[in-house]
Design a protein around this ligand. Structure first.
Ligand code: FMN
Length: 193
């Protein structure tokens, strides 16, 4: 059931039950993620279901993929991002997307394409994972893998680079694989009113 309490009590979960996630839950999370705001409406991110790659050497040692019912990957294309962003900028100047005014403005807003593209990934991933978590699905973000090995193993559409993985499913509540967060800051330290 969709419930904010699932998010308020969220913990990174690494062990899952064999139960599959209902298609409607995944569809809703995908549609929320699709609507995620992106800088200059660049919409450069794709989500891939890579569940059938859980035994690939580049990811198999991550505890969460061993029992996850679904493994998703977020990938980004810097060229798509730039092209879409320029389509937004051009009408503001009343000119063509190739016009210097567009390029100069784009370079000022986006001094580092890779960093900018990665920001879009993390926001899309947050919306997606938060929707799943609120729907009662637990999960684990995974950035600890060899990106080049992942790109070699996955047949992503041309120009897309891997960013982040989210392994998820129904939590094995008897043994969720939570880690201690004793070094984490308290809410009082986190929020400065
Ligand atoms: C960007 C990112 C990358 C992460 N990579 C991994 C990872 O490779 N393997 C893993 O087990 N957990 C990974 N985590 C989960 C963190 O270890 C976890 O969020 C942190 O320990 C705090 O625990 P909590 O989410 O239960 O509060 C990652 C989390 C984030 C946000």
């Amino acid at each position: 059931m969709f419930d904010i309490k699932n998010l308020l009590n969220r913990k990174t979960t690494r062990n899952f039950l064999p139960n599959k996630i209902e298609a409607e839950i995944i569809e809703n999370a995908l549609r929320v993620a699709w609507k995620t705001p992106t800088s200059l409406n660049s919409k450069p991110v794709i989500i891939c279901d890579i569940s059938n790659h859980a035994k690939d050497a580049w990811i198999e040692k991550q505890q969460a993929v061993k029992t996850a019912s679904h493994v998703f990957l977020f990938a980004v294309n810097e060229e798509v991002a730039e092209a879409n962003a320029k389509k937004i900028l051009a009408p503001r100047f009343g000119c063509d997307t190739n016009d210097e005014k567009v390029s100069v403005t784009f370079e000022k807003i986006v001094p580092n394409r890779r960093e900018w593209a990665t920001q879009q990934i993390y926001l899309v991933a947050s919306y997606f994972a938060a929707t799943l978590e609120a729907s009662g699905i637990s999960g684990c973000f995974i950035a600890g893998f060899d990106k080049a090995a992942a790109e070699a193993a996955l047949k992503l559409p041309k120009g897309y680079k891997v960013g982040l993985v989210f392994a998820c499913g129904y939590a094995d509540k008897a043994n969720p694989g939570w880690q201690e967060t004793e070094f984490a800051r308290s809410f009082e330290e986190f929020y400065y009113p």
